[in-house]
Design a protein around this ligand. Structure first.
Ligand code: KG4
Ligand code: ZN
Length: 396
């Protein structure tokens, strides 16, 4: 297969990313300008501020990615950019810049779905690369891919057709995404933003069996009656397909945590913690830990255990149902240590090989966009200057 250096650009949410990846597997550079400090006072991403920050960061970030990769605008073979899903104004910054570059340099332009980027971040994992090299590069399909992030909780069944990956959605969240639940629970407990990494760190210090979240709080559809029905309303332009679905629902557990806070009278302690952390940008885990009593740590650990148990159980049930040969777990929440260790243990019991991106590549980055673009580069699957932002883009 021909070698190609692809410049990837990512700006779908609150990270401005640029990276150069050789032939879909070797990261030559991966630069990320994070906007966490900008959005932290609001406890979530403010779209207008995100667009402005992308505008400020895009040129220096791309320049740095080229310099670190010892490449120039002229030496790269193609430019890949996230088309969607994401915030329209944020996506537009990356797309406009990528179009301008492609036009000025007369280089091919490749549009990448952000979710496909997350899935392909797994291919940058060194263990998987080693295994593929020793196995003549083969990967066993179908691959079941769980993409679990702040905006998405999706299960895709991926196949390889004429060297291009194709996807079928077999599960999604019906309300909050898993990362959103981590962020909202952290916010309501006064733990700071973003919540996932903080909860991940604190959960190790609590008792995950202390608070019981009934399974009805995370709805499990009754597979005998619900699983064979058609999807009532296809979302994001996805087609309605027959076959069992494995949907998720995480707004209930957030409400259950809120109830627990009210009935156990945790609010005064939460307010004190919130005040202590106000204005501290990116507090260290030890700092947050000092402000948490045993009850809070147990609550956090129990919340995380419930989330992990549900994500793993539904994903592995889907893998059995669809005879998946390989499992990929990606997206920001895939950085969660308990999620990784539970998947590793439970998938092994099922004889299913499971792969993750490195923890650093689990959250948004541009290397994954450049990696996902490589098969499209080989198939000359390029876009013209008239392609546009797709905030609700489906993955097929
Ligand atoms: O993939 P990502 O960077 O952005 C989206 O595409 O949404 O994911 C960000 C999400 C946030 O909700 C964040 O709280 C969560 O991933 N996250 C984690 C961890 N690290 C990031 N959730 C649980 N445990 C973590 N270690
Ligand atoms: Zn993402």
């Amino acid at each position: 297969m021909p070698d190609a250096c692809i410049l990837g650009i990512e700006s779908s949410c609150d990270e401005t990313g640029a990276a150069v990846v050789r032939s879909g597997r070797e990261i030559l550079s991966n630069v990320i300008a994070s906007q966490i400090a900008t959005h932290q006072p609001y406890g979530g991403v403010v779209p207008e501020l995100a667009s402005r920050e992308h505008l400020r960061a895009i040129v220096p970030v791309v320049r740095q990615a080229l310099a670190e990769a010892a490449q120039t605008y002229q030496s790269i073979d193609a430019i890949a950019v996230t088309q969607g899903p994401g915030l329209a104004g944020a996506l537009l910054v990356g797309i406009s810049f990528a179009k301008a570059l492609a036009f000025a340099l007369q280089k091919p332009l490749i549009a990448v779905n952000h979710l496909e980027g997350h899935i392909h971040s797994v291919l940058l994992d060194s263990e998987l690369l080693e295994r593929r090299q020793s196995d003549n590069g083969t990967l066993d399909f179908p691959v079941l891919a769980l993409v679990v992030s702040g905006g998405h909780t999706h299960l895709y069944l991926a196949e390889l057709r004429e060297n291009l990956w194709t996807y079928r959605n077999i599960g999604r969240t019906r309300d909050d995404a898993a990362g959103e639940a981590f962020d909202k629970v952290a916010k309501l407990l006064g733990l700071g933003y973003p919540g996932g990494p903080i909860i991940d760190g604190l959960a190790a210090c609590g008792d995950p069996r202390a608070v019981k979240f009934q399974t009805s709080q995370i709805k499990h559809p009754d597979r005998r009656t619900a699983s064979r029905r058609r999807e009532p309303e296809a979302q994001n332009g996805e087609t309605k397909e027959d076959g069992p679905r494995f949907d998720f629902s995480y707004s209930g557990i957030k409400t259950a945590v809120l109830r627990h806070v009210e009935t156990e009278d945790l609010k005064p302690a939460i307010e004190l913690r919130r005040q202590a952390l106000a204005g501290v940008s990116a507090p260290a885990l030890a700092e947050v830990l000092q402000l948490c009593d045993r009850h809070t740590l147990d609550l956090v650990a129990s919340f995380q255990r419930s989330m992990v148990t549900d994500l793993v159980a539904k994903t592995l049930a889907a893998a059995r149902e669809y005879h998946a040969r390989t499992l990929f777990v990606s997206g920001g929440v895939a950085a969660n240590r308990e999620l990784r260790s539970t998947f590793e243990r439970e998938a092994a019991m099922q004889g299913l090989p499971v792969f993750f991106p490195s923890r650093a590549l689990s959250t948004d980055n541009a290397a994954m966009i450049a990696a996902a673009a490589y098969p499209k580069f080989l198939s000359a699957d390029f876009v013209g200057m008239d392609f546009s932002v797709e905030p609700g883009m489906a993955l097929r």
